[in-house]
Write a protein that binds this ligand. Structure first.
Ligand SMILES: Cc1cc2nc3c(=O)[nH]c(=O)nc-3n(C[C@H](O)[C@H](O)[C@H](O)COP(=O)(O)OP(=O)(O)OC[C@H]3O[C@@H](n4cnc5c(N)ncnc54)[C@H](O)[C@@H]3O)c2cc1C
Length: 283
């Protein structure tokens, strides 16, 4: 019995090593040096507590990425530790320079401020060099003709911004619903990007909810996101990104109205605790 488990672990380990080697080879990365220094060439204050950093590889060789992927950035903190964190690539052209959009995580109820996001906000300026990984992640837009429903909350807008730009460039005829919830306009990052891309789509419906203030405008509502009165085709493909409780509530509402669970994809900006829960219970 022990020998059988030993073999399973070895086989599993070998397949992971092979997969890692394949990913490095695909990206042209030397596995002994997975971090590539990137220089910050632009910094934009996108919204309250949200910055975008545009990063160029110091050696001048851009690694192309796919829309929806993320990179890790590793920083050396004042306490001597080195910490990596993942950030979605918010630029919408695969050949363009990498842009990441970082929300500063402020500690609440006695919890400390987020280490890496705070460091980036305070220390990453034009000229700063950061260690950045190869692009990774396989949560990508499908290429079908099905209607797309892109739903985000807060900083969960980063993959959506990239996806809408990509759709505007490659698939402007695809039917797209864009739903976003934020605290207020001042915290709503990448909104001008998303609106500019959305204007280039031929069949788009945009709706924004602000939980913290009076809503203004025809496509803006106040309060929590509520999709009850919105027509959505049951064959739509849904992409969700935001805090876990938000995604669970929205997924639950969508499945209750007939959208099949396998049509709903999501990105969790942290350990994917959802994947470790029974999905029927979560939704
Ligand atoms: C695939 C992926 C994509 C992502 N994309 C983005 C993106 O585009 N933009 C973005 O801004 N973020 C993104 N994230 C999240 C990002 O990687 C970081 O998790 C985020 O920036 C917080 O990191 P931090 O080091 O600042 O916070 P951390 O230091 O890791 O802290 C995280 C939280 O834990 C709490 N905490 C820490 N220590 C304690 C303690 N002792 N007691 C109680 N609470 C504590 C902190 O208060 C904070 O709320 C993504 C994550 C993933 C996995």
């Amino acid at each position: 019995m022990h020998a059988a488990w030993d073999e399973v672990y070895w086989l599993f380990g070998c397949s992971l090593i092979a997969e890692e080697a394949r990913l490095y080879a695909d990206a042209g990365t030397d596995p002994d040096h997975p971090w590539r220094p990137h220089r910050v060439v632009d910094r934009v204050e996108e919204a309250r507590d949200v910055i975008s950093l545009t990063l160029e590889p110091v050696d001048g060789r851009r690694a192309p990425h796919r829309i929806g992927q993320y990179v890790a950035a590793a920083v050396n903190l004042p306490d001597g530790t080195r910490q990596p964190r993942q950030y979605t690539i918010s630029s919408s052209t695969p050949e363009a320079a990498l842009r990441v959009t970082v929300k500063r995580v402020r500690g609440a109820d006695g919890a400390p401020d987020g280490q890496v996001s705070t460091w980036l906000h305070e220390n990453a300026h034009v000229g700063t060099v950061l260690d950045v990984s190869q692009p990774a992640g396989d949560l990508l837009l499908d290429d079908s003709d099905d209607a797309l429903v892109l739903i985000s909350a807060g900083i969960g807008i980063t993959p959506v911004a990239a996806m809408v730009g990509d759709l505007a460039r490659r698939r402007p005829d695809r039917s797209v619903h864009l739903f976003h919830v934020d605290r207020e306009p001042e915290t709503h990052a990448l909104v001008s990007d998303v609106r500019a891309h959305a204007q280039r789509l031929n069949d788009v419906r945009t709706l924004t909810w602000y939980t913290g203030g009076a809503a203004e405008g025809p496509a803006v509502r106040s309060g929590r996101m509520d999709l009850a009165d919105i027509d959505l085709p049951p064959t739509a493909r849904v992409f969700l990104c935001g805090p876990l409780p938000f995604m669970q509530a929205i997924r639950s509402a969508l499945t209750a109205r007939g959208i099949a669970p396998e049509r709903i994809e999501y990105e969790v900006f942290g350990p994917d605790l959802w994947a470790r829960q029974p999905k029927s219970g979560a939704a």
